[in-house]
Write a protein that binds this ligand. Structure first.
Ligand SMILES: Cc1ncc(COP(=O)(O)O)c(C=O)c1O
Length: 373
């Protein structure tokens, strides 16, 4: 079989996939209400759970929808009418959680934090202790894809345990690369999606939670019809089906992607990602470019690079230069700093990163950029 044209996506997901994942979508047509499809979904749910928790006690509730669907479901389904959620906002995805709860009229308190430096845990604890309303939940983005900043969910989980707060984590861009154990980190709800470090296709997202906790949501008044976490959990227990039409072929690709993840292993995957990232940051430093986040707090998955200070530079031109050669780069997402982003998630290696760096040197040369080192 001929290989599919290989594009190197250095954008922060959907990530570059293997040909076997792409091809897994080509299957005989099947009605998703058939037993056979139910078995596929049940296996996927169990294996996704296994990545972060014990499938005996926890489960992954599946949704057709991008990562935001899972984050939205987790927030709108768990905070009860008399509850209040503290949202840690240190990037675009923390801000999005604030926008989601505003949309639903959920009571929340926003704790803003630097987009490049670690969360000040003492300040957060003081914020919790002094909050005008007792917080029932706390939500944070594990890996802020805006900058590459990795939030310390271990310490946040401890704080939540101390103050008896349910801890919610948006792990969309860390899941399946950075090892996470929900039980150890006191995480009550965790959101993830199919198209980042799992290296599957876009269109499926999931909330992992303890089954007992989900059972207890029975009495919560639903705020959303489609994204009702309890309703999907309960329906799946009874039928092994999604409530609404699933992206059938995308689930076959996800099955293959999970199998490939388990063959590689999460730690080995993160090691491969880290090797690509080290190649990237050493390479850009040689070219005189700087990146935003200190390596000590860096995810090693997405890097925000400060744009070259050069009159010939234009992000769009640089993007097109790379795109023509099969590489996709991504604009920055920060208001006050001009950055662009390079991700190293997906089925790519440090050799791909070396090829990217050679092209970057060529591009910088073509615009007359003079190294600042
Ligand atoms: C941390 C984080 N949360 C949420 C999302 C939203 O996911 P989606 O664009 O798939 O809805 C993203 C997407 O990049 C993300 O990185």
């Amino acid at each position: 079989m001929n290989p599919v044209k290989r594009n190197i996506l250095l954008s922060p997901g959907p990530a570059t996939t293997t040909d076997s994942v792409k091809r897994a979508q080509v299957v005989p047509d099947i009605c998703p209400r058939e037993e056979e499809f139910g078995s596929l979904l049940a296996g996927i749910s169990e294996d996704l759970t296994r990545i972060v928790a014990d499938p005996q006690t926890h489960t992954a509730v599946l949704f057709a929808g991008s990562g935001t669907a899972a984050v939205e479901s987790m927030l709108c389904s768990s905070v009860s009418a008399d509850g209040t959620v503290i949202i840690v906002n240190n990037g675009a995805y923390g801000r999005r959680m604030c926008e989601i709860v505003q949309t639903y009229g959920i009571s929340y308190l926003e704790f803003t934090s630097s987009s490049t430096d670690p969360i000040d845990l003492e300040a957060l604890e003081a914020f919790i202790a002094a909050s005008p309303r007792k917080a029932s939940h706390l939500a944070v983005v594990h890996h802020e894809t805006t900058t590459g900043l990795l939030n310390d969910i271990g310490s946040l989980g401890e704080l939540c345990r101390k103050y008896e707060i349910e801890f919610m984590v948006d792990a969309i861009s860390s899941f399946a690369a950075i090892p996470i154990r929900m039980e150890d980190l006191h995480i009550a709800y965790l959101a993830a999606s199919s198209n980042k470090n799992i290296q599957g296709m876009a269109g499926i997202s999931m909330v992992v939670a303890e089954k007992k906790r989900l059972d207890n949501m029975r009495c919560n008044k639903p705020r959303s019809y489609y994204l009702n976490l309890y309703a999907q959990y309960d329906y799946f227990v009874r039928t092994r089906q999604l409530r609404f039409t699933p992206p059938v072929q995308t689930f076959y690709a996800l099955r293959q992607a999970i199998d490939e993840l388990f063959v590689e292993g999460i730690e080995a995957r993160y090691k491969r990602y880290t090797k690509s990232w080290t190649t990237l940051i050493e390479g850009i430093a040689k070219l005189g470019l700087k990146h935003l986040v200190n390596p000590r707090h860096h995810s090693k998955i997405v890097t925000s690079i400060i744009e070259p200070d050069c009159s010939g530079y234009d992000f769009r031109n640089m993007h097109d230069f790379f795109y023509d050669k099969g590489f996709t780069i991504y604009p920055g997402k920060l208001e006050r700093l001009n950055t662009f982003r390079v991700a190293n998630m997906g089925d790519i290696t440090s050799e791909d990163m070396e090829a990217f760096l050679r092209l970057l040197a060529e591009y910088l040369d073509s615009i007359g950029y003079i190294k600042s080192v």
